[in-house]
Design a protein around this ligand. Structure first.
Ligand code: AMP
Ligand code: ZN
Length: 141
């Protein structure tokens, strides 16, 4: 897509710090890293988000994820790593070409702090069962 930042990174018209490339994916350093080694993995095919992604594109992308994660881990020796993908502006997406963040974690103050506020009181097992049935009804073959 001609006006997409990450498509321009793939075609080389915008510079990037490449880590890995094959026929289907491109991995590069995030320009505004949250922690040391923060990396992005993107499909070469322009898809805005996970909802637009084919199973084939997903397979080609996620197939590479363990290698990228392990290379970052072996290089910087983080004590953990968050893999993150934002879909849609309300979910925090700012570049509308699918990307998977690899955020190595070093300690509590390393620059990334996900908040996780559970609402288990509001979602009883019965309610969860109903929600699961609704989702299952929409699972495409
Ligand atoms: P998100 O908010 O999930 O859409 O993440 C977009 C990410 O792209 C941010 O972490 C940015 O720092 C990163 N980013 C934006 N422009 C560039 C660029 N030119 N090169 C590398 N990373 C970029
Ligand atoms: Zn794109």
């Amino acid at each position: 897509m001609s006006d997409c930042l990450f498509c321009k990174i793939i075609d080389g018209s915008i510079p990037s710090t490449k880590i890995y490339e094959d026929d289907y994916v491109y991995a590069f350093m995030d320009i505004g890293p949250l922690t040391k080694g923060h990396t992005l993995l993107i499909p070469k095919e322009h898809v805005a988000n996970v909802f637009e992604m084919s199973e084939e594109t997903a397979a080609n992308l996620f197939k590479v994820a363990p290698r990228i994660a392990s290379a970052i881990k072996d290089t910087f020796k983080p004590v953990g790593m968050n893999l993150l993908n934002n879909n849609g502006a309300p979910a925090g997406q700012s570049v509308f070409h699918f990307h998977l963040h690899f955020i190595p974690r070093y300690d509590e103050t390393d620059g990334y702090k996900p908040t996780w506020i559970t609402k288990e009181d509001a979602y009883t097992p019965e309610i969860l069962k109903g929600l699961a049935e609704e989702i299952k009804a929409n699972l495409k073959k």
